[in-house]
Ligand binder design. Structure first.
Ligand SMILES: C[S@@+](CC[C@H](N)C(=O)[O-])C[C@H]1O[C@@H](n2cnc3c(N)ncnc32)[C@H](O)[C@@H]1O
Length: 344
């Protein structure tokens, strides 16, 4: 259930007066409901307003967050190419009703993990493994889990401002401190063009400055909720094949690999310096089949190509519709068919 907030809660959260919140609600800018003659706000609507108005200048403080007693609802804290947020409604029909442990070997922004967590399907008794071979990404998960206050504190320092000069300075810098590095990754993700993560062949982040008016660089409320969501999670910087050593009968494994490109020009596979080509898709298919033999429930997303259909021809293949936005040309942004492959 979403947490309902009073005007006082929202004022504390946004660090503004109750009168200002009252005015915004009256003007219909922040949606509000009347429950037993009292105004009540939904946290997600307040957050949506923050994001839509790019109110990055409102530093949501740890005290503001504490005042809300942190809801269990956590969202991906990074925008990630190929993120599955928009597909969750279609995926709902495909998630297994019953399973034991959960493993996500290409976790990226973690849309599926957070969705399963928010909907109460990852109870404490289950083991959860999140794996990715992008070191910077995994470092973010690890430090947010370890000490989120420290990450928030660093992100709220004046160093992380949204100017072109600062962006390129921070992009060029590398720190030995894991907390500074995580803050850098989050900052670059929020301020770079299209919020993409892409590296060059040397593994260096190479996305240009986004030039957005006032992006929300530090969403303390969500980062704190992410910290809570990660408490019983094992986060591993590793290749996806690690899952084979961890998975047992009745576990649920969700694979969201870099997609097989639809054509030569549409490829976006630069999440890490190692390419993910046909060889890796074949290796993944082998692991899928081994997990199937062990008795795991396996779900995999990929593009709709004859190569992928052929690899998984012995399994259930479903089609979903996705809006693809990682192509900067408007012509590359229509809805396209994608595949969901299941062994159950
Ligand atoms: C399509 S994205 C996953 C997106 C994610 N489902 C989400 O909702 O944000 C693919 C991920 O696989 C990771 N990856 C690429 N090659 C890998 C490998 N060999 N082993 C593990 N992870 C890998 C990338 O770093 C990237 O985060």
């Amino acid at each position: 259930m979403d947490k309902l907030l009073t005007i006082k809660d929202v004022a504390e959260y946004l660090q503004m007066s109750k009168e200002k919140v009252y005015k915004l609600a009256q003007q219909g800018k922040i949606p509000v409901s009347r429950i037993e003659n009292q105004w009540r706000f939904r946290l997600e609507k307040v957050d949506a307003w923050l994001e839509a108005n790019e109110m990055g200048s409102i530093a949501v403080t740890a005290q503001g967050v504490a005042a809300l007693q942190i809801p269990s609802h956590a969202e991906p804290f990074l925008k990630w190419a190929g993120g599955k947020g928009q597909l969750l409604r279609q995926y709902e029909a495909f998630f297994p009703k019953e399973f034991n442990n959960f493993l996500e070997p290409f976790v990226g922004g973690g849309a599926v993990f957070f969705y399963l967590f928010n909907t109460g399907r990852l109870q404490d008794r289950k083991k959860i493994y999140l794996i990715d071979s992008n070191e910077e990404l995994v470092n973010c998960y690890l430090v947010i889990k370890e000490d989120v206050e420290k990450v928030i504190k660093i992100l709220n320092t004046p160093k992380f401002i949204n100017t072109e000069e600062t962006f390129y300075k921070i992009r060029a810098e590398e720190s030995k401190d894991k907390f500074e590095m995580a803050a850098r990754t989050i900052y670059l993700n929020k301020t770079c063009f299209n919020g993409l993560y892409r590296v060059n062949s040397k593994g260096k982040f190479n996305v240009p400055f986004g030039g957005y008016k006032n992006p929300l660089i530090c969403n303390s409320r969500n980062l704190t909720a992410v910290n809570l969501a990660l408490q019983n999670v094992e986060i591993l910087y590793d290749d996806f094949d690690r899952c084979l050593k961890l998975a047992k009968k009745e576990d649920f494994i969700y694979f969201d690999p870099p997609y097989q490109p639809l054509n030569k020009t549409s490829s976006f596979t630069s999440y890490t310096k190692e390419p993910f080509g046909e060889k890796e898709q074949v290796k993944l298919n082998k692991i899928f089949r081994e997990l199937d033999k062990i008795g795991c429930k396996v779900m995999l997303s990929n593009s709709d190509t004859s190569f992928i259909r052929k690899l998984y021809k012995n399994f259930r293949i479903e089609v979903v519709l996705a809006k693809r936005a990682i192509n900067c040309k408007a012509s590359g942004r229509g809805a396209i068919k994608e595949l969901v492959i299941l062994n159950y």
